[in-house]
Design a binder for this molecule. Structure first.
Ligand code: SF4
Length: 394
């Protein structure tokens, strides 16, 4: 006998697959607001010897050019703290000092014009030392990232939970949050990093049920690209789709500059921060009726630098072409060296293959004119079933 499923539950669930963001406080880092309704910020960390100011500044300039919004430098030695002001003077984005093990380095770094300090309280030698750093950050009016890492959890929490699991990481974070709160300090951003994807995802989910300080999210020690980008995307996507995450770093082995594009791409794909056109293209197959690879390459090139959050679909034949094209803001369904252009689900023109790229760009221009005040709010008003969601941000 054929099994009949009861589909009534489908009527009860939300039509929109987009979850709202975890409500977090706003923490300002060097003039950039993190948390609340602010865009999820993309940051990176230099790989140079911090004391080598010229090399560090040069790398930060390349990161700035790539769109990096906050940068972190390591401060393992007193001489590194001494050059922080020189670095700060030469860059435009907020500067974060990264401290491990030595609370005296944290105190020393806070004597310099940094915009935030990042410490891992689990490895700086006890709660009293952590309190001293908190007090100084408070005195200086500076925010702090409390970076809990599965690899350096307190021994007693590892013993309590058996291994560095998500509850152990979250208990560690809450412990330090409460110490800081007892000092009247609230300018905190929290990270719960692990190189193990399920552990990181679950830790952030648990944390979001317990506290409202913004989160810095990332999969630590992800390794070498391209696998590291895939691993980061695999870990960050569920966190972001759950609405968690206020700032992001993709940790890649080697030059940090590619971390920026990878971070923005993950935010774009999860629709948490859409800042460029979304190109939908089929993988192609034996039915292909146009030179799709060439068309997409041309289109990508000519759309470079555009911030328009328009959804463009280009499909290679009539199988899925018209359906996808209808769902996009602008779409093209190709067939036999020709194509039909859709705008907001309606057919607007027919074009030959060699005219497709120009025609699509004209449509993008038109879309820009009709969405001239393309802010998050105006996007909300014009939202349609085929449009990108309201999470679009500059
Ligand atoms: S849209 Fe057409 S050409 Fe593209 S993958 Fe599907 S069937 Fe193949």
């Amino acid at each position: 006998m054929q099994k009949k499923r009861n589909l009534s539950m489908l009527e009860q669930v939300s039509r929109s697959p987009h979850k709202s963001r975890h409500k977090t406080r706003e923490v300002v880092v060097g003039g950039i607001a993190i948390g609340g309704d602010n865009p999820i910020r993309v940051q990176s960390m230099t790989t140079t010897d911090t004391f080598d100011v010229a090399a560090t500044v040069a790398q930060i300039h390349r990161l700035e050019e790539a769109g990096c919004e906050l940068v972190r430098v390591t401060v393992p030695k007193a001489q590194d703290a001494a050059v922080l002001s020189e670095i700060k003077k030469s860059i435009k984005i907020p500067l974060i000092c990264d401290i491990h093990f030595d609370y005296k380095m944290a105190l020393a770094a806070l004597d310099h014009p940094v915009d935030k300090i990042r410490i891992n309280p689990g490895n700086i030698g006890g709660n009293d030392r952590f309190r001293q750093v908190v007090r100084k950050a408070k005195e200086r009016g500076l925010p702090m990232r409390i970076g809990v890492n599965a690899g350096s959890l307190e021994k007693e929490l590892v013993e309590k939970y058996g291994f560095p699991c998500p509850p152990a990481m979250v208990e560690s974070a809450i412990r330090y949050i409460e110490i800081a709160e007892s000092e009247g300090y609230h300018d905190m951003i929290i990270s719960l990093k692990s190189s193990d994807v399920p552990t990181a995802v679950e830790a952030y989910r648990l944390y979001a049920q317990l506290a409202d300080y913004p989160t810095h999210i990332g999969i630590t020690e992800a390794g070498k690209p391209p696998y590291a980008v895939t691993k980061s995307a695999a870990g960050l996507a569920p966190i972001l789709l759950d609405g968690i995450g206020d700032t992001i770093r993709i940790s890649l082995l080697g030059d940090p500059v590619p971390e920026i594009a990878a971070g923005f791409d993950i935010l774009q794909a999860t629709q948490r921060r859409v800042r460029k056109p979304e190109l939908i293209a089929c993988p192609t197959c034996g039915r292909l009726a146009i030179d799709l690879e060439k068309i997409i390459a041309d289109l990508e090139k000519r759309l470079e630098g555009k911030k328009t959050p328009v959804k463009i679909s280009v499909l290679g034949c009539v199988v899925n072409g018209p359906g996808e094209a209808r769902e996009a803001d602008i779409g093209i369904a190709a067939g036999n060296g020709k194509g039909v252009i859709f705008r907001n689900g309606e057919i607007v023109r027919h074009v030959l293959e060699h005219e497709m790229v120009d025609a699509l760009l004209e449509e993008v221009q038109l879309w820009e004119q009709t969405h001239a005040s393309n802010t998050t709010d105006s996007r909300k008003d014009s939202i349609k079933k085929h449009s990108l969601p309201m999470l679009t941000t500059p």
